[in-house]
Structures are given as C-alpha cells and as structure tokens.
Design a protein around this ligand. Structure first.
Ligand SMILES: [Zn+2]
Length: 118
C-alpha cells in the first residue's frame, strides 16, 4: 500500500497528470471557502460521481474545470472508474466502500494543499 506522498510523487512523473494546476482564482476559491468546505465538496463528488457500481457516463463525469476538486481528480487519476482502475487497481463495477472513498478524498485534498503551497 503506497502512502499519499508516494502516490503524488508517482503522479508527478506522468506528463498528463502533472499538467494540471490550480489557477490563482481557484486558489482564492479554496481560501474563501476554507479547506473543510472543500473537503465536503470532495466527499460529495466522490460519493455521487465515483462511488456507485454503475456510472452511465463513466470517463466523462468529471469536468476539466469549474472546481478545484475536479482538477485534483484529473491530476490524481481519480476522475473516473477507468482511471481509478488503471492507477490504483480499484475494480470497476463494484461500489466503493466508505474507506476507499475517504482515501480518495485524502489524496485529492493532499494534492490541493500541495498546490496551495506553491
Ligand atoms: Zn478518468
């Protein structure tokens, strides 16, 4: 089992995944809302768009912009079940457990916090 830092460092080596970053406006949004609220948004997106066993538009459910969490999802390979499977060997067609969802949220938030500090 890899740590969050190991996962983030591995993602940095992917040209596509490492091309995502938070804009000034997105960083300001995170500051305005506060990190706890952003974490709530992340929990909500993950539980509704990623956790169900069947997702009709899988692969297209995460917009490329519009929310810092969407960016984090693309940057970490947590944008769809296909990418979750490829990056973290999470089987498709099975509902994500609460603990899996929380791990994803922790990874998304770690990516956002790294972005806020650069
Ligand atoms: Zn994806």
């Amino acid at each position: 089992m890899q740590t969050i830092d190991e996962a983030l460092n591995k993602l940095e080596k992917s040209k596509f995944r490492s091309s995502f970053y938070l804009t000034k406006a997105e960083k300001q949004y995170v500051r305005d809302k506060g990190i706890d609220t952003i974490r709530e948004h992340a929990r909500d997106f993950v539980s509704k768009r990623l956790a169900p066993a069947q997702i009709d538009n899988d692969g297209k459910q995460t917009p490329m912009r519009g929310h810092p969490v969407f960016k984090a999802q693309h940057a970490t390979g947590c944008c769809c079940r296909g990418c979750l499977n490829k990056w973290y060997k999470v089987p498709k067609g099975v509902e994500l457990t609460k603990s899996q969802q929380e791990k994803i949220v922790n990874l998304l938030m770690a990516w956002i916090i790294r972005q806020m500090n650069r």
